[in-house]
Structure formats: structure tokens, C-alpha cells
Design a protein around this ligand. Structure first.
Ligand SMILES: *Cc1c(COP(=O)(O)O)cnc(C)c1O
Length: 469
């Protein structure tokens, strides 16, 4: 079943030379034998030589119920026997309709207890696309056009508020609202201007305060900005609770809800980017639910198909959708679409994904796993080079620092995070660092035994690497 040594060597050679890899220095890639994945099952990935690894990144935050899940496989095979793809331009299809109905059902409903979070409207419309970046682009374009369609004074509302350290994808629009200099600064001249708010992160609080004695002073900082600029602000885009790509930077509890209230107060559309946090990663179906809020626009992708196929959606409210209605000649049509918008096979996978959530009680079973991780990592806080441990649901981060007292980071060139992940890989756990942050984002279906292995391996790798640095 496995290929011969000669065949494997040929695959390695081609694997090094043909593909330009994302976020990868290819000079290094060309010098190293790549890991070629041939199969997966549950939380395990298997390479071409038969080595097995735990997939502790969920194949970059997409996988939910494990690889090769029986019911998702079956649902996709069933759909394949009908049709793989047809367009949403001028046509519609059954899986796209069924999925839209279910997405609206599970979308954040808000919480009557939190009156400050604004009108109890819900998300009622689904616009499909095929990746997180496009879902964000669509949200930005809809928010921009909404105010243009309303007309009058509102036509001045053309700008977006974005956060430092934000990550919303890699297309030019989503980079424009991004805030990670390492990824984004190089494209400066290509980007549109945004109004910036500093990242609401507690470990290195940008205004130098401590939670909870700060009484959420970061909200007042944000309000100053919104108050000053609101007449020209179309929208605000935020990663709810946790800025994932920046290193799982956590906002203090209550921040998100208060930002929702401010957006309502100043008539700014709130775009919540649930691409990373959606589909159970934070312990609830969507991170917005932790703070009982309903966004005006919501971008989802990564976990939508359970990690099977590229599919995305932007959900929005009725009043926003209604602003685009008119006679054809008014040209209020939303002129946006992709070749694979509403792909039936992807939608079938997503429907099956949601079915598994119900059938396997995924969210309920998550609770004990979340607590297990929290308890297991508790003692790590005392380790010399562990600066911070952050966890929201099963999004877990361990930030390594050169000096714990001053929170001094290791210089990126030292690649401490990379060294830890390399070490973990040699012990059978696949991870990707976010700079000096070791991120653990396992499939939600991971077992306690597998979690124990990941934690043991990551702990050993951190101790080994930081002892040397
Ligand atoms: C990954 C991610 C995106 C971009 O999604 P792609 O599918 O990679 O384009 C956008 N926003 C957040 C929060 C993400 O984590």
C-alpha cells in the first residue's frame, strides 16, 4: 500500500520544487525534506512513510469532528452522485438553501438580559463565498454600500475602524483592515486607510493597566475614536473575544458587548469576523454568544464544512439587505460573486458538519476538555519562560518570553516558537507557532487521551527549547 523508497524520494523532490507554499520562506523549504501527508483519521495525520502525528492545529483551525468522519464522508458521496457544482448566478440549489436555513437558525440571537447591546434583530440573510478573506471582503463591501444606498448625510460614512494586531485574511481589502505589521506593512501603498483602535489585549495592555482594576478603560479609548469619527464611519470590524493569528490575544470580558453598544449608539455597522472562532472553537457555536450580541454582519468560514472544503458565508440583517432592493435601473444590485459561490458539495459537507454537532453533542462534550486543558496548564504559569497562557474554549496559546518580569519577547529571528514546534513534531504532535506563541487548536472531537499527549509533548518541547535559549 505504501510507495517504494525510490517513489518516495521522487515525491520528496517534487514536493520541494513545484509548489510555492503560503507563509513559507521557500529557500528553507527547498533545503528540507517536506512532510507529505497521505491520509488522516480522527485527530491523526499520516505521512508518506507511515509516521503518525496528532493534528494539534486542526489543519490550521478548520477541522472540527476529525478527519475522515463517516457521516460527513457519506453526505458528500451522496451529494456527488447528484451534482458537485452549479452556479448561484441565476440559479439556486438544494444544499445551499438548506444550509442557509440552518445557519440562520444557529446564528447568534443576542441576549435580552443585555439591553445595552441594541435592538434584538437577528441575522436573516446568507451571502456565500469560498474562504474567510472573501467573507470579510463581502462584509466590508456590503457595509460600505449600505450607507451609500441610504443616501443623504449617510453618504459620508465610508471608512472602517480596525484594530491593531487584527487578522482578517490576505486579500487586499482584508489586509487593509488587518493590523499585524509582519504580514501587512509591506502592502501599505496598496491598502485603503482605516481608523485604528488599539488591540484590547490584557497581557500587554496598550494603555498599561491591569484587569479588572482598569474597569475596561480600553472601552473609553475606543469610544473617543468612535465619537470623533462616527459621521464618516461605515463599519467596525473585530475578531470576537480573541485575536487569533496575532497570538490568541484575549480581550477582557465585557469588551465585545460594550463595543456592540457603541456601534449601535454611533450608527456604525459591527462586522464580527467569526472565521476562526466560529463552529464551537470557543466553547459555544459562535464567540459572539459569550457576550450575547448580534452583529450587523458576520463572516464565517474555517470550521463551516468541518474542515472538509473551502466554503464561506457572510450573514447580515434584514434592514441591510433591504437597502439594496430597488428597480434594476437604480443599480443597487450587490455586484459581487465568485465562480464557486454556494458550491453544493461544500454546502452538503457543511450541513453534515452541523448534523454531527447535534448527533455527537459536540458542544456539550467540549466542556470537560476545556476544563482539562485549563487544569493541566495551570502549573506552567510558574515556568521561567512562560509569560502568559491564554485559553478561550479549545483555542489555546502559550506565550514564551525571554524575561518573564519585563515580558520581554524573544527576538523573532531566534525562532523559539518554531524550535518548540519542530521538537513537538519529532514527538508526534503537529503544531504551528505564531511568533513566540505556541498555539494549540485541536479538532473539537479530540479525546482526553489525545489532549494529554499533546500537552505532555508541548510541555517537554517548551522545557527543552527554553532551557537552551
Ligand atoms: C483565517 C482567518 C481569515 C482568513 O480566512 P482564509 O480562509 O484563510 O482566507 C479571516 N479572519 C480570521 C479571523 C481568520 O482566522
Amino acid at each position: 500500500m505504501f510507495p517504494t523508497h525510490d517513489e518516495i524520494d521522487l515525491w520528496y523532490e517534487k514536493g520541494q520544487s513545484l509548489i510555492w507554499h503560503p507563509f513559507t520562506q521557500m529557500k528553507e523549504w527547498e533545503d528540507e525534506k517536506p512532510t507529505i501527508i497521505v491520509s488522516g483519521e480522527g485527530a491523526t495525520l499520516c505521512d508518506i512513510e507511515g509516521n503518525r502525528y496528532l493534528d494539534a492545529t486542526s489543519s490550521i483551525w478548520v477541522n472540527i469532528h476529525g478527519h475522515r468522519h463517516k457521516s460527513i464522508n457519506q453526505a458528500m458521496k451522496k451529494q456527488l452522485d447528484r451534482i458537485a457544482h452549479s452556479t448561484l448566478l441565476g440559479l439556486t440549489n438544494l444544499p445551499a438553501i438548506e444550509l442557509a436555513e440552518q445557519l440562520i437558525q444557529i446564528a447568534p440571537k443576542g441576549d435580552v438580559k443585555h439591553k445595552e447591546s441594541g435592538e434584538a434583530e437577528k441575522l436573516t440573510k446568507v451571502f456565500y463565498s469560498d474562504n474567510g478573506s472573501t467573507a470579510v471582503e463581502i462584509a466590508l463591501k456590503i457595509a460600505f454600500s449600505y450607507w451609500q444606498h441610504l443616501g443623504g448625510e449617510y453618504k459620508r460614512k465610508k471608512k472602517f475602524v480596525s484594530f491593531s494586531n487584527a487578522y482578517h485574511g490576505d486579500t487586499i481589502g482584508s489586509v487593509s483592515v488587518g493590523g499585524i505589521d509582519l504580514f501587512h506593512a509591506a502592502y501599505g501603498p496598496l491598502l485603503f486607510d482605516t481608523i485604528n483602535i488599539s488591540s484590547p489585549t490584557c497581557y500587554r495592555c496598550p494603555i498599561g493597566l491591569n484587569y479588572p482594576s482598569c474597569k475596561l478603560a480600553c472601552v473609553d479609548e475606543a469610544e473617543k475614536v468612535l465619537k470623533k469619527h462616527h459621521r464618516r464611519l461605515a463599519g467596525l470590524i473585530i475578531e470576537p473575544l480573541i485575536q487569533a493569528a496575532a497570538g490568541m490575544l484575549c480581550a477582557p470580558p465585557g469588551y465585545l458587548r460594550k463595543i456592540r453598544a457603541l456601534c449601535t449608539k454611533y450608527e456604525i455597522l459591527m462586522i464580527v469576523d467569526e472565521v476562526a472562532t466560529g463552529f464551537g472553537r470557543t466553547g459555544k457555536m459562535f464567540a459572539s454568544e459569550h457576550e450575547g450580541l448580534v452583529p450587523d454582519l458576520m463572516a464565517i468560514s474555517k470550521g463551516l464544512t468541518g474542515g472538509y472544503l473551502p466554503l464561506a458565508a457572510t450573514l447580515t440583517r434584514q434592514k441591510i439587505y433591504d437597502a439594496f432592493l430597488g428597480d434594476y435601473a437604480e443599480f443597487k444590485t450587490f455586484f459581487h460573486g465568485h465562480s464557486y459561490t454556494g458550491n453544493p458539495l461544500g454546502c452538503a459537507a457543511a450541513i453534515a458538519n452541523l448534523k454531527v454537532f447535534k448527533k455527537e453533542k459536540t458542544l456539550e462534550k467540549l466542556k470537560e476538555k476545556i476544563i482539562y486543558v485549563k487544569k493541566s496548564l495551570m502549573s506552567w504559569r510558574r515556568w521561567k519562560h512562560v509569560g502568559d497562557i491564554r485559553q478561550v474554549g479549545l483555542m489555546i496559546a502559550i506565550e514564551l518570553v525571554a524575561d518573564k518580569k519585563t515580558k520581554l519577547s524573544y527576538p523573532l529571528e531566534m525562532r523559539v516558537g518554531g524550535a518548540v514546534c519542530q521538537e513537538a513534531k519529532s514527538r508526534g504532535v503537529l503544531l504551528r507557532p505564531l511568533g513566540n506563541v505556541i498555539a494549540i487548536v485541536p479538532p473539537l472531537s479530540i479525546t482526553l487521551d489525545e489532549l494529554e499527549k499533546i500537552i505532555t509533548v508541548v510541555g517537554a518541547a517548551i522545557r527543552k527549547v527554553t532551557a537552551k535559549k
